[in-house]
Design a protein around this ligand. Structure first.
Ligand SMILES: Cc1cc2nc3c(=O)[nH]c(=O)nc-3n(C[C@H](O)[C@H](O)[C@H](O)COP(=O)(O)O)c2cc1C
Length: 295
């Protein structure tokens, strides 16, 4: 049965998620594995984008990549994100789908880290059973992580720098902030917390009364990783935040540097107080509510 977005669960998860690169020597529990497998099987927001959970160490996939960035240790499992090279929107579609897996894993208390730069796509494709006409765009290790970050992880994250986000004022054009309805603010704050390669935050947002349009800041990809992949991740954060606030809508893909427009189809906007009553606090500024909690 097709799976719809579990908006509240993923909205909570998108605030807790942080990239984790050191894993505990513990296999995935059967329930954790099944939940991820079911998601990969049943969540299919865009045909041609798919994800495969591999319940084995990703050692082969990361073998040979030295240095700090991208060094993943000890993961018991990983997920492979696969797209169609002929589709001009494959990057954003795979970003959207892949982040769904990441948020589901986060909601299960597992650690993840998008890796699109320093890995072996051929090894990942073979372990995931990708077809010759498919292309692996990224992977994430999945597994249990220690509550406290290891020294190496902290060093890699530049003691917080790699998690800092740009202020919305640098990212958004459109009406002034004070005129934004709650759902627009929530969607933009959620998008801003999305992970991006080397934390480059390439997304730009054009706000209108009933839509949010994402574009990339420019057409120059860095590290050979498409900025549209980052934007696909931010798209899922936007949709999740909108759904939590009672806003249904749909995506229309755009030509570069545009990525996609979220257009409202139905608005039963929920007042912020009601959202808070359901145990979901609003996102405000750069603060993660649970920086030191297990992700
Ligand atoms: C598309 C994409 C590719 C990434 N590639 C890598 C990678 O190759 N190696 C790595 O260690 N981290 C990678 N990251 C993780 C980013 O460095 C991380 O998301 C960013 O610094 C923000 O930190 P946070 O995820 O903890 O919020 C990638 C993230 C994204 C979204």
């Amino acid at each position: 049965m097709p799976l719809t977005i579990p908006a509240e669960r993923w909205y909570k998860a998108l605030r807790l998620r942080r990239s984790r690169r050191r894993f505990l020597p513990r296999p995935l529990g059967p329930d954790e594995h099944t939940r991820l497998e079911v998601l990969c099987r049943d969540f299919s927001p865009f045909p041609g984008a798919r994800a495969v959970v591999v319940n084995a160490s990703p050692e082969e996939v990361f073998k040979g990549f030295l240095g700090h960035y991208g060094k993943i240790k000890g993961a018991p499992a990983f997920t492979v994100f696969i797209g169609q090279p002929g589709d001009p929107h494959t990057q954003e579609k795979v970003g959207f789908l892949g982040e769904a897996v990441v948020l589901e894993a986060t909601s299960l208390g597992l650690g993840t880290c998008w890796v699109a730069g320093f890995f072996r796509p051929d090894a990942a494709a073979s372990l995931a059973g990708a077809a010759p006409d498919e292309r692996v765009l990224a992977v994430t290790p999945v597994g249990c992580v220690a509550e406290e970050w290891s020294f190496e992880e902290k060093a890699m994250a530049g003691f917080g720098r790699s998690h800092r986000r740009k202020p919305l004022s640098d990212l958004v054009t459109g009406p002034p902030e004070k005129e934004w309805p709650i759902w627009i603010r929530a969607a933009l704050e959620a998008a801003r917390l999305a992970p991006s390669a080397v934390n480059r935050q390439p997304w730009r947002f054009l706000v209108r009364e009933e839509s949010i349009t994402l574009s990339t800041d420019d057409l120059n990809d860095s590290y050979g990783i498409s900025k549209r992949l980052d934007c696909g991740i931010a798209m899922l954060h936007i949709e999740v935040a909108c759904r939590v606030h009672g806003i249904a809508g749909g995506w229309r893909f755009l030509d570069p540097p545009g990525v996609a427009t979220w257009q409202i189809e139905q608005s039963d906007a929920i007042p912020e107080a009601d959202v808070i009553e359901r145990g979901i606090s609003p996102i405000r500024g750069n603060a993660w509510p649970a920086l030191r909690r297990r992700t």
